[in-house]
Unconditional design. Structure first.
Ligand code: SAM
Length: 239
């Protein structure tokens, strides 16, 4: 797979270990300290996670299924997957995110809690950029990570994620549609202090081409939108 370099990755890592960590921990959490926009993003993201879990469980039980959650953030997906019995590798480029995900997993996955029985398998936590991951997993999932990279970097990331997946790959990205493109341009005219990183939009056709190049095809598609959150969710399988 092509190496993501040229500074994007270092900027992203630094952001998600510092201000980005504080911002996204709040958005992905449950406290009231979020503003209206953040609350809207929280709701949209929760829908993406919910839809991804639905895509995953539609094909049958996750018990014993190996899942690589690439760019796991605070564990929004990894933890519910572990509750479903999946054997999860939760990895992220940000050490702060991985530590938070691990803390939350320890709180939520303790045996006996919420009558989780049989006890879920604790995910394995790892600080790693997704380009350095190796091994094979039944399923690879990568939610809301591609937004941090331009398409020319995203192509290599998609190819690498596909190479780790044996049966399916689930990706979400911010779709490059006219409306969202416009919204983003307007946003760039008024950059807020918390918008420390660039957001890159991806066209569905480009993502599909990147998958086709490595022998994968899209089997299911979904679109999640709230007022300030837009995500295209795709499930790909070997063609
Ligand atoms: N996937 C999680 C979710 O949906 O809850 C987190 C999404 S958050 C917007 C993006 C995450 O991607 C951050 O935790 C960030 O540290 C991580 N990330 C960014 N670039 C990455 C890379 N190259 N490899 C692995 N993780 C990355």
């Amino acid at each position: 797979a092509e190496e993501v370099g040229g500074g994007d990755k270092e900027v992203v890592r630094d952001y998600f270990n510092n201000t980005g960590f504080q911002r996204w921990k709040k958005i992905y959490g449950e406290t009231d300290e979020v503003n209206r926009v953040q609350k809207d993003i929280r709701i949209g993201h929760a829908k993406t996670v919910e839809n991804a879990i639905k895509m995953l469980t539609d094909e049958g039980s996750l018990r014993g299924v190996t899942v690589c959650d690439a760019g796991c953030g605070t564990g929004s997906l990894s933890i519910p997957l572990a509750k479903e019995g999946a054997v999860v590798l939760a990895s992220d480029i940000s050490a702060a995110m991985v530590a938070e995900a691990e803390n939350q997993a320890k709180e939520q996955l303790v045996a006996g809690k919420d009558e989780l029985s049989p006890a879920p398998v604790m995910p394995k936590f790892e600080v790693s950029d997704l380009e350095s991951l190796n091994g094979k997993y039944d399923t690879v999932v990568c939610l809301d990570v591609l937004i941090h990279y331009p398409q020319n970097k995203a192509d290599g990331m998609i190819a690498h994620l596909a190479s780790l997946a044996e049966k399916r790959l689930i990706l979400s990205f911010a779709p490059k549609t006219f409306y969202y493109d416009l919204l983003k341009r307007v946003g760039e005219l008024f950059p807020g202090p918390s918008k420390a990183t660039r957001a890159y939009l991806h066209s569905e056709a480009d993502v599909e081409r990147a998958l086709q190049k490595v022998g994968w095809r899209i089997r299911k598609r979904g679109l999640i939108t709230t007022q300030f959150y837009f995500a295209k969710l795709v499930e790909a399988v070997p063609a």
